[in-house]
Design a protein around this ligand. Structure first.
Ligand SMILES: Nc1ncnc2c1ncn2[C@@H]1O[C@H](COP(=O)(O)OP(=O)(O)O)[C@@H](O)[C@H]1O
Ligand SMILES: [Mg+2]
Length: 454
């Protein structure tokens, strides 16, 4: 077992991968561009961070990611081609289709906000992937801009394709599409739903819907919804906002940021069905959230929208259910990147994203916005087969036989595992004190790691 593992350019990994360069990293692993020698193909090779190699729980999560992604029938989920364990280092790895382009975080950092037509198209593809996962009872639990990749099409005049990454902390839920309990306290505070911070709460597809609402707000305005998102970010203040403070409407928050006019009419109603603390009042899954957004944007473009149309129903007001969450405990926080204040550029005529993409399989047909053609051309539709066939990849068990649930916390700054509490119900004062102490330690650790990373 090696103490550290940083794959050098030209090095051979797992007997079959010649490393070309590092192209990204997250909380779980580093991603390299590497040639798979046996297949004569260039892949994205993700290797578990060395400090986690001996952590069985995290290894299980890494291995789960490969299985989960392989089972979701959507061209908008990154394709995992093979996986294994490197004998020399003991590090698990997975080989994925190599995407050219950039993730949404990088795209927003240089583009600022996105025009509504592009947001709708991004959501069409994003929600296809997440909706298919939800159909299988899989909850992503870590939807955030870094995990949504805008893959450039092979041809320069085609628009990019959305690919959802990183099912590393995805959770299989039961037949009722609700987990019995949230046994892990994981998430990224900027994007995680309140129930992800509450041990006794249920995780269900609606958990991802919360993040979808926040993501739409960020894409449309170029700003994070949360006041505490920074700069500079404050984890403690953010958690307080997330769990306790009244949730203002999207337009109220956008006005505060000086960008209210960027939200389409009726957006408040849609947002209020996503970012509502009571998960039973949210859209039940990504498909329903997208259907309502599509209707909303269509109505907006026809300029006859009221407050979002039929799919929004009559539950448009934001909740005042802060009190439900006031007793929430056991929050595991990770530090989030500061959200810079940006001057949004003028809407481009098409999406300006990275390099050529390798796509597999059909892409759902995109519909133009009503009444006229979209400002941006439709996303890429062309498909290029990934070939030639590679040696038999690891056989993945079906999703009906999930591995043990992931353990601990995740994300850009890995932190220690939060203590498990007893049965559901309010915690004792002693437990609250322990959790309070853990939270303080986590925040300090996150700040330290963030500073080290600078
Ligand atoms: N298949 C891929 N092709 C190109 N870049 C990728 C690919 N997968 C991941 N990346 C890049 O690497 C980053 C980290 O990958 P991710 O799977 O999210 O790792 P982690 O689980 O550690 O968060 C992503 O944000 C993305 O920028
Ligand atoms: Mg990630």
């Amino acid at each position: 077992m090696v103490a550290s593992l940083r794959l050098a350019r030209g090095s051979l990994f797992a007997g079959d991968f010649r490393v070309i360069r590092s192209i990204g990293h997250g909380g779980l692993g580093t991603v390299y561009e590497a040639e798979q020698l046996s297949a004569h193909r260039v892949r994205a090779l993700k290797v578990l961070h060395p400090q986690f190699v001996e952590d069985e729980g995290i290894r299980a999560r890494f291995e789960q990611e490969a299985r989960v992604a392989a089972h979701i029938p959507s061209p908008h989920v990154v394709q995992v081609i093979a996986s294994g364990v490197d004998e020399a280092s003991g590090a698990p790895w997975m080989a994925m289709e190599l995407l050219r382009g950039e993730d949404l975080e990088a795209a927003m950092n240089h583009r600022g906000r996105f025009p509504p037509e592009e947001v709708l198209e991004i959501f069409r593809q994003l929600c296809h992937a997440v909706g298919q996962a939800h159909g299988l009872g899989i909850v992503h639990r870590d939807l955030k801009p870094e995990n949504v990749f805008m893959a450039r099409a092979p041809s320069a005049d085609e628009a990019p394709t959305v690919k959802v990454l990183d099912f590393g902390i995805a959770k299989w839920v039961d037949d009722n599409r609700t987990s019995q309990e949230n046994s892990q306290l994981i998430g990224t505070p900027l994007w995680m739903a309140p129930e992800q911070a509450q041990r006794s709460a249920s995780i269900r597809p609606a958990t991802d819907v919360w993040a979808l609402g926040l993501l739409a707000f960020r894409l449309l305005t170029g700003r994070a919804y949360w006041k505490s998102a920074g700069p500079p970010p404050s984890v403690a203040a953010l958690l307080s906002e997330l769990l306790n403070e009244p949730l203002e409407t999207a337009s109220h928050r956008a006005s505060m940021y000086g960008c209210a006019g960027l939200l389409p009419p009726g957006f408040d109603g849609w947002f209020g069905r996503c970012v509502v603390r009571d998960s039973t009042r949210r859209f039940s899954d990504a498909n329903k959230a997208f259907a309502a957004l599509d209707q909303l944007f269509g109505a907006a473009s026809e300029d006859d929208a009221g407050e979002g149309g039929d799919l929004l129903g009559d539950t448009m007001q934001l909740d005042g259910v802060a009190d439900q969450m006031r007793a929430s405990v056991g929050v595991a926080a990770t530090m989030m990147a500061p959200t810079p204040v940006r001057t949004p550029p003028p809407p481009p005529s098409r999406m300006a994203i990275g390099e050529a993409a390798t796509m597999v399989g059909p892409t759902p047909v995109a519909r133009p916005l009503r009444p006229g053609p979209p400002v941006a051309p439709p996303f890429a539709r062309a498909a290029v087969t990934v070939g030639p066939p590679v040696p038999p990849p690891q056989v993945f068990p079906p999703p009906s036989a999930p591995s043990a649930p992931p353990v601990g916390m995740d994300l850009s700054v890995p932190l220690p595992v939060a203590p498990r509490l007893g049965a559901d119900g309010p915690p004792s004062p002693g437990v609250k004190m322990v959790l309070g102490a853990v939270l303080v330690v986590l925040v300090v650790a996150a700040v330290a790691v963030m500073l080290l990373r600078r």
